[in-house]
Design a binder for this molecule. Sequence first.
Ligand SMILES: [Zn+2]
Length: 638
Amino acid sequence: MRVRVAGLVLACAGLPAAGADLSPIEAGLDYHSYANVDQFRTTHIELDLRVDLEGKVISGIVGLELKRLDPRATQLVLDTKDLMINDVTQKSTDVLGATAKNQTIWVSRPFHLEKPDHILGSALVIDLPPSRKPAEIIRIDYETLPTAAALQWLTPKQTAGRHKAFLYTQSEPIGARTWIPLQDTPQVRATYKARIHTASDVVAVMSAENDPTHKRNGEYAFVMPQAIPSYLIALAVGDLAFKETGPRTGVYAEKPAVKAAAKEFADTESMIAAGEKLFGPYRWTRYDILVLPPSFPVGGMENPRLSFITPTVIAGDKSLVSVIAHELAHSWSGNLVTNATWRDLWLNEGFTDYLEGRIMTAVYGEQRASMEAVLGLESLRRDLAKLKPQDQVLAIDLRDRDPGLVFSDVPYQKGRLFLEYLAAKFGRERFDGFLRGYFDHFAFKSITTEQFTQYLTENLLDRFPGTVGREQIAAWVNDPGLPADAVLPVSSAFAPVDDARAAWLAGTLPAKQIDHGWVTQQWLHFLDNMPAVLSAAQLGDLDRAYGFTNSRNAVIERSWFELVIRNNYQPGFARLQEYLIGIGRRLLIEPLYTDLMKTPSGAEFAKRVYAKARPGYHPETVAAIEAIINPAAAEGSE
Ligand SMILES: [Zn+2]
C-alpha cells in the first residue's frame, strides 16, 4: 500500500503507549488476530454475496475450507468486527442419512461473538466436534453493518459520474474482518472464488480474474487461483468502464475518467517487463488498474491482478506514476512474499519502495528515479524528527495499537535504504541475484523479519564473508534512526533548484524567472524546502507566476498548501477548503489538517471544513482525521 502518513503515530485510546509492554515480542505471533491458526488454517474461501448499493449492506455466505492441524481442537476462532452473524453450519458426511451420493448435509454449529475490542473487533467462536479428518468446511451466513471500516459506500453525488452509487473495499491491514468473517492474519493464505449479486446497471470487480467483456447484468463470478492473505481480498462495485492499455494491462474507471486514466498509465506494460527482467516472472497473469473516486484513502492498494489507485495520481503528464510502479512491485514483494504480521510490514513496503525505484529507473531513467529517492529521504527525515525512538525501528512493536494508524515512512523509506545499503555493499548484480532467489524461495509464503534475516545471513552474508556483519544487520532492523554508514540517494537535478530558491529568497531572482522547464519532482523539492516563514507578498508572487493554488497536480498542491497554512496566506484558503473536501487520500490531507491544528484560527477552519468533508471520506480517513482534530474525543468515543 502507498500511504506514507507523515509522522502520524497515534497511541490507541485507553491503551498503554507504545513500548509500555516490556514483555518480549514473539516473532510470528500476530497480535492483531484472534484466529487459532495453530489448530486450523484456511486454504480456500468461497463468497456468495449480495451487494445492496442502496441499503449499503453486503450480505450472504462465506464458505471456509480449513486444514485441521489439531484433531482435538473443539473451537474455531475467527476474526470479525462490526458483523452480524446469522448462522454457522458445518459440512458433514458423518450424519445419518447423508450417505446418498453427492448429498451434502450442513449441520448447525453453536457459535458466539466475544466482547469486542475497539481495534481488533470480536472473536467469532464456533464449537466443532474433535475430528481426525484433515479438513473442515464451515459456512457462515452474515451481513455487514454501516460501521464496517473497510467499506466505503458512495452516493451517486460522491462519484465522478454522479449517476450511480459506488462501493469499494480497503482491507489492509485489518479491515477484511469488517466485511468477511475469517482468519484475518497475513500469515494465512487462501485461494478464493466469489459470486457477487448486485444491481443490473453496475459492474463488480475483484482482486481476482476479471472479465472486462462480461455483460453488465448484476451477476458476477470471480476466481483467484493463487493463495493470498486476507487483506488482499478486494471488491468494488460501480458504474465502471474498461480500457485496454496493453496485452495484459488495462484500466477500469468511472466512465468520465477512463480515457485520461488509460493515457496516464500507458506505460504499465513497460513497467511489468522491467519488473520481470529484474525480479523474475510476473506470476499473476494480468495487471489491471482500478481508478477509484477521489475519496480513496490511500495512494494505491496492491490488490493482486487489480491495483486500486487514487485519481490524484492522474496529473496529465505521468509525473506521479511512481505509485503504479509501487503497486505493481508489490506483485513480488508483499503479494508473492508477504509479511507474516504487521510488525514485519517493512518486508512488504521497504522491499516495494526499493523495487519501485528500480522499475522507475528502468522505465523513466536514473534522473527521475534519483529525484524521487531524494524526496523519499527528505520525507523520511521529517518523519524521524517527529517519531519516538521505538517507532523508528524497522520491526516495530505494534502491540495494543491499530496498525492502520501507525503507518510512517520508516517501513517504506528506511526499509528501502536498508536494501540500497546491501546492494551497495554486495554489488548490484549479486544483490539482484539474491533478490530473485528470495522471491523464488518464499513465493506464496508469509514470512517474519527473523526468517528474512536468517535467509539473508545464509545466502548473502555468509556467502561473501567480510562484507557486512550480522551486527550491522541487527542495527538496521532493531535500532532507531539511520545507521551512520547508510548509502543515501543524491540527485544533481536538485542543485539548480536549491540555487534558484536561495536567489529568489534573497530577492535577486524574480519569481517568473525561477522555472527552467522543471519537472514535478523539482517543484516539490523547491516547495518542501522553503524556510518556516514566508511573507504574503512572497507567496502571492509565486502564486501569480505558477498558479500553485489551482495546480492540476494534487501532490504539488499539497506542498503548496503546507506553505499556505504555515504562513496564513488567505488567498489560498478557499481552494484549500475545496481540496480537503474533494480528496480523501490520507497522504495528501492529513499533513494539512495537522498543520491547521497548530493555530486557533487554523483549528477552527479545520473543524469547519472537516464537518463538510466527513460524509465524503472513507471510514479509515474519518478515524485518522478525527484523531488529529479532536484527539480527546477520539479517545473517549471507544
Ligand atoms: Zn505499498
